[in-house]
Design a protein around this ligand. Structure first.
Ligand SMILES: [Zn+2]
Length: 483
């Protein structure tokens, strides 16, 4: 029987846990795992993607209650047991293995699955609440065929294992799998990468959870929520949601679209161009790019502009051409909603300038930028600390720090909360100053002095309220852009 401590381990604790490998390999009964900062567990290779997936992680920040955690524990025990009974020597091993792990991923709504070949076999990890967890290490000799099976399913070249490849598993029912609704609505992106012991694969799941959230339910402060709704009342301009991968950007974008659907009751033409469509929304004409067929983000956006849109949501701006078309559109009578991979609001501004956009264009088009992060919430078992070493340099007198109990599987955390900041560029004076400042730190200072409540301040307030811990703030926000 597993201890309940595998799930949502606090980043600053080392915990002795039974390892699923032991069930497979009849090992010595436990593994010591010391999770590292920045969501990467010990010994884990860093993520190959940084910019192009996001809200698929959001589903996990809904998994906040104890029964879901118990379900996850149960599912995990079951999958390890099932894989243990697969015979690695048979031809069917790879397809059965893949079917099992995909089924597991759908059941627990994980955002990512990592398959890492090791000297002894294939190690499988999955991400939950933004943190990687180990599922187990499975018999050696199977890794190449398991990854090959994934390559077949995602239409990659199976005879090329010496170069990285990217593909997707069609969201239609899996061969041999259940045609469940979850399977049908989830897109899976597959990335392979050659490593020392063979090809590593990362699977990213989009559309899990399919949650219906509204702007006021997201957990942004009243101030940020009001700024967001103010922007949505505009008929032109661009509103940008930024943050790193896994910060819940798409959840906020979808909530913004839902807000518009409700507010406009069909009187505005709402269109989206996404890659991929993560959540189907009534009242919005959604399209998914298909680069292989020439329906790229850039080409699609140009054609979309001839469809008389009034509000356009572009999943994410990633390249100069998309940025240019999107910004031009926002200047000509369309409200543009999009996300952008940047660590803070002012970094988003400087990165957009780096993409070749002229400051005057940004000044007249971007009406607001929201930057957000997800922080794990402390469980009720948290304890008070006045020891400054627990404060991680935050300007606080006391804090609560994680302890661990049955309810939180000894991790000290349950669920996640948003920390965010909103930079309004509608005040021409401050906008000009920020856009003309080359140094992000100086620009950030100008924004804060102009009244923006920084994400650090927001996170520090959450610590003061005992919602999260300084260690979690440090893990998620790092040390950058602290003013
Ligand atoms: Zn607890």
């Amino acid at each position: 029987m597993f201890a309940r401590s595998w799930f949502r381990r606090p980043a600053d604790h080392a915990v002795e846990i039974p390892s699923p490998r032991d069930e497979v390999h009849q090992g010595n009964g436990s593994a010591r795992i010391t999770p590292q900062p920045n969501s990467v567990s010990a010994g884990m290779i860093s993520q190959p993607f940084t910019a192009d997936h996001d809200s698929h992680v959001d589903a996990s920040h809904e998994s906040t209650n104890g029964s879901e955690v118990s379900d996850l524990l149960h599912e995990r025990e079951q999958i390890v047991d099932r894989i243990k009974h697969l015979r690695a020597s048979t031809d069917a091993y790879a397809s059965e293995f893949v079917e099992q792990i995909l089924d597991f991923a759908h059941r627990v709504k994980t955002s990512d699955l990592h398959l890492q070949p090791t000297a002894n076999g294939l190690e499988v990890r999955f991400r939950s609440d933004g943190v990687l967890h180990r599922l187990g290490e499975f018999p050696a000799g199977a890794s190449s065929s398991v990854v090959s099976r994934l390559k077949v399913l995602s239409s990659l070249l199976t005879y090329r294992s010496d170069v990285p490849q990217e593909g997707r598993i069609d969201s239609s029912p899996r061969p041999g799998g259940n045609a469940s609704s979850a399977t049908n609505t989830t897109e899976i992106r597959v990335s392979t990468y050659p490593t020392l012991h063979g090809e590593r694969a990362v699977l990213r799941f989009f559309g899990h959870g399919n949650q219906y959230r509204h702007l006021s339910d997201l957990g942004h402060s009243a101030e940020v929520t009001e700024s967001l709704t103010d922007c949505l009342a505009e008929t032109s301009g661009a509103m940008i949601i930024c943050g790193p991968a896994g910060s819940g950007k798409s959840t906020t974008l979808y909530a913004a679209l839902r807000h518009l659907v409700q507010e406009t009751s069909g009187s505005r033409n709402l269109m989206s161009l996404e890659d991929p469509i993560e959540v189907p929304l009534d009242g919005v004409s959604q399209s998914q790019v298909n680069a292989a067929a020439g329906f790229t983000l850039q080409a699609g956006l140009r054609s979309l502009l001839r469809q008389d849109p009034e509000v356009i949501m572009v999943g994410e701006i990633r390249d100069p051409e998309t940025a240019s078309i999107a910004i031009q559109a926002s200047l000509t009578g369309q409200l543009m909603l999009t996300s952008f991979h940047a660590d803070s609001t002012v970094v988003a501004v400087s990165r957009l300038l780096d993409l070749g956009l002229e400051p005057y264009l940004l000044r007249s088009s971007v009406i607001g930028i929201c930057c957000q992060r997800l922080l794990r919430k402390l469980c009720h078992c948290a304890v008070e600390s006045r020891d400054s070493t627990d404060h991680f340099g935050l300007p606080i007198e006391w804090c609560r720090k994680p302890l661990g109990c049955d309810d939180c599987n000894e991790t000290g955390y349950r669920g996640r909360v948003i920390a965010s900041e909103f930079l309004s560029l509608r005040d021409a004076g401050h906008a000009a100053e920020i856009l003309d400042t080359k140094d992000s730190r100086t620009a950030y200072r100008i924004a804060v002095d102009a009244g923006m409540k920084s994400i650090w301040e927001c996170a520090t307030d959450l610590v003061r309220e005992g919602v999260t811990s300084p260690a979690e703030v440090r893990r998620v926000l790092g040390v950058t852009m602290r003013i």
